[in-house]
Design a binder for this molecule. Structure first.
Ligand code: B1M
Length: 240
């Protein structure tokens, strides 16, 4: 594959000719612009120069996605652009994923996420899942229309740090309480962080259903997940 790509006004940019720091900066721009092929090329070039997969992930992809996340939160980027950026990032991650598994690079945490029973909206949930992956979480995506049994089975199977639930309808959001109450009945509520999100929710609702936090958007979901998981790991380390 050629490293030559079309950039501003048709000017060809040879990614392979850039020194490492400029290539990484260019990859941040390309991620921002949702250029999947360029991200895949840049990823291969850095690996070819001997970069460890985890370094490529952190410095080129995650850092680029962090910038995207900030501009999304601040209303500078919108959903279509963020989906494109996430898709570009996925291109890079698909190259890195098997290599990271080989080198055993630790993820910063594990999350199960799904849209609740009766609800088939998944764009926001997918965005959160991608942004969590981009931030270094291992994500198990249960898809849409999840009954409580499917959430519980996934918790048991994957033992994540986080259970994430999404709902876009006022008629389906109360189902989150069914899930949390069932977790409580089974005595497993406090084994997981429960994060919830979706357009009709708010903080009061999250509190009322017994979740640990409400995430207004995908950027907040990343910040909240990182903070609560780090706190949880520190607490466990202190009590070990
Ligand atoms: Co539907 N729909 N829809 N819809 N739909 C809404 C939600 C609605 C507000 C439209 C409206 O009337 N104005 C309305 C709900 C009204 C209400 O409940 N009060 C509605 C309705 C009524 C319906 C149907 C009932 C319509 C019908 O059939 N009569 C039907 C229901 C189907 C069902 O689920 N059973 C339905 C169907 C559909 C489509 C299939 C056509 C399609 C979904 C396609 C898909 O998702 N694959 C659809 C769409 C696209 C929408 C709107 C237009 C857009 C939703 C969206 O994707 N937003 C929506 C109107 C609106 O919200 N403006 C609407 C973009 C997305 C990035 O944002 O999902 O909010 P959002 O996610 C954000 C945050 O909320 C947060 O982060 C995300 C990224 O920043 N977040 C989380 C979300 N989940 C999170 C989970 C977390 C953390 C954060 O976990 C930790």
């Amino acid at each position: 594959m050629s490293d030559e790509t079309e950039h501003d006004e048709g000017e060809a940019l040879d990614l392979g000719s850039l020194p490492d720091d400029e290539l990484v900066a260019q990859m941040h721009d390309d991620l921002y612009d949702g250029l999947r092929e360029e991200i895949e090329d840049g990823t291969r070039i850095l690996l070819g120069r001997g970069w460890a997969p985890k370094r490529v992930l952190d410095e080129a992809l995650v850092e680029g996605m962090r910038i995207v996340g900030i501009d999304f939160r601040d209303g500078i980027l919108f959903v279509p652009e963020v989906l494109l950026a996430a898709n570009a990032m996925k291109g890079g991650m698909e190259i890195l994923r098997p290599l990271l598994a080989e080198t055993g690079a630790a993820s910063i945490g594990k999350a199960v996420i799904g849209t609740v029973k009766g609800d088939i909206h998944d764009i926001g949930k997918n965005l959160v899942a991608m942004m969590w992956e981009g931030a270094g979480f291992e994500v198990i995506d249960l898809g849409i229309n999840n009954p409580v049994e499917r959430y519980l089975a996934a918790l048991e199977e994957h033992q994540p740090d986080i259970l994430g639930m999404s709902a876009l309808l006022t008629t389906t959001m109360p189902y989150m309480k069914v899930v949390v109450d069932t977790m409580r009945e089974k005595g497993i509520r406090d084994d997981y962080l429960v994060l919830v999100g979706g357009a009709p929710l708010n903080e009061q609702f999250a509190e009322a259903v017994g979740a640990d936090a409400y995430c207004r958007d995908a950027a907040v979901a990343v910040e909240t997940a990182k903070e609560l998981v780090a706190r949880r790991h520190n607490r466990r380390a202190a009590s070990a």
